[in-house]
Write a protein that binds this ligand. Structure first.
Ligand code: GLN
Length: 246
């Protein structure tokens, strides 16, 4: 790919509200791994009320937020439902973490019984439980037919139960969606949902690159990415996996 020829548009939705446990590191990793390969990136930071047509975007990131923050953005998100649905059906690449993930489903019920309606774009619901699910996680997922282990950190009260939708992966260590059924996250078209903050992408370059390739493919561009020097990330992952899988 020739330098400077391609510009990917990254939409960071509610960066001021949804930014738990360094979630914005996911956007930074996505952007840097594009730039290191000569792919230009424009980052659009979209806050409450800011206009955006998701179909023009290449990568949408929604981070995690507490119940309070979810309440604040739920109405605004609802106003964007049609545009977002159209973009998702059109293959928009989305990464949604924890609080952002929960609101793409049917609803999130807090411990106090308050129901925050979700967009209903994906078939799952979430209900808060008394014990928070906190800790490091290892998840096995499939990327282009290859089994990949990703690591991260989770901290949520919500238990998510999937309907007719695939999980993102299988929990090897940690709680994942609900601590019961061994599933973690959700996957629909190019939408990836996960409970892993961590942040997820800086720790798991294979997944980051997959999300970049999918965005390029959607634009009809060559999706093969030049390899980068990931020695640091690999060693960090190995240390983490060894500790957690012992
Ligand atoms: N409020 C949600 C929960 O506790 C999301 C929290 C988060 O994004 N970490 O389940």
């Amino acid at each position: 790919m020739q330098k400077g020829k391609v510009v990917l548009k990254v939409c960071h939705l509610y960066p001021d509200l949804l930014n738990l446990y360094g979630d914005r590191g996911n956007v930074m990793a996505y952007v840097r791994r594009c730039q290191w390969r000569g792919i230009e990136v424009e980052v659009h930071r979209i806050n409450l009320g800011d206009p955006v047509d998701f179909r023009e975007m290449d990568f949408l990131f929604l981070g995690g937020g507490s119940d309070r923050e979810q309440n604040l953005m739920a109405k605004d998100l609802e106003n964007r439902r049609e545009l977002l649905q159209a973009a998702v059906e059109d293959g928009l690449v989305v990464l949604a973490i924890c609080g952002g993930y929960q609101l793409l489903g049917k609803y999130y019920r807090t411990l106090e019984g308050h129901v925050i309606p979700g967009l209903g774009l994906l078939d799952f619901y979430t209900e808060a439980g008394r014990e928070r699910m906190i800790g490091n996680v290892v998840v096995e997922l499939e990327i282009e037919g290859e089994h990949v282990r990703v690591t991260g950190f989770e901290n949520h009260a919500g238990r998510t139960f999937l309907g007719q939708i695939s999980p993102l992966g299988r929990v090897l260590v940690g709680y994942g969606n609900n601590g019961e059924d061994g599933t973690e996250g959700a996957r629909y078209k190019n939408v990836f949902c996960s409970y892993l903050h961590g942040p997820l992408l800086p720790k798991n370059p294979r997944l980051t690159d997959h999300l970049i390739s999918l965005a390029l493919m959607r634009r009809g561009l060559p999706a093969e990415l030049a390899p980068l020097d990931d020695r640091l990330e690999r060693v960090a992952a190995e240390v983490m996996l060894k500790r957690l899988l012992m």
